[in-house]
Unconditional design. Sequence first.
Length: 267
Amino acid sequence: MSEVISKTQFFRSLIIQINVIKALILREIITRYGRNNIGFLWLFVEPMSLTLLISLMWYFFKVNAVSNLNIIAFILTGYPMVMMWRNSSSRAKGAVKANQALLYHHNIRILDVVYARIFLEMIGASAAQIFVMIIFIFFGLISIPSDPFYMLCAWGLMCWFSLGLGLIIFVLSARFEAFDKIWGTLSFMLLPISGAFFWVDTFPDEIRNWLLFLPPVHGTEMFRFGYFGSSVTTHESISYLILCNIVLLFIGLAMVKINENYILEEG
């Protein structure tokens, strides 16, 4: 009997949790994009337009001439993923300040407002990625992916990475005002070594081993292997990426729990 009650309470709490996060996401959409013009569609248009611009710029500069691989496909399998975890962590920073009044509600916690912001960035980046790839495939600019399921797994693992990283950046920015100011610059500096604009296989073994310490590199390599298939050589380690995601999420949740009172007081 007690097991049935506990399961019932768990599912009831889970439903409440999901409804709270859904409501916060909808509120975030309205607050950020408003109800006028195209409204929430800006959520998809912003990352989509950036991806289109970068891809077309590389295409018109004839970068294909220096490689036998489709350069548009190369950009599409790297840049959007980097922008997802970068934007997720950046948006997580001001989650409490922007939703301070909502924390007086019994069912809303700090994690809820942070989750809402991070999930919103994931949704926008995911929709933009799918839409842009469909458009380019339709017009014949890129080919159909070799293994869409493998790409989906890679994207899911990088969403997990974005969540863990976002929680850590959220706490650090709340604790240290200087970090809040410089994270945008630091995340921008991480772009060149994130794997978005290079193949790991082109580097010597010594440099390659250092690059493979970075979790985003494994996610990008995995995503690209799913697209290009056996025509390319990649060096992803799924187990290493999962381990890093577990560690990041654990550290992020622990940091939020330890600093919860401080964040509420300073928020």
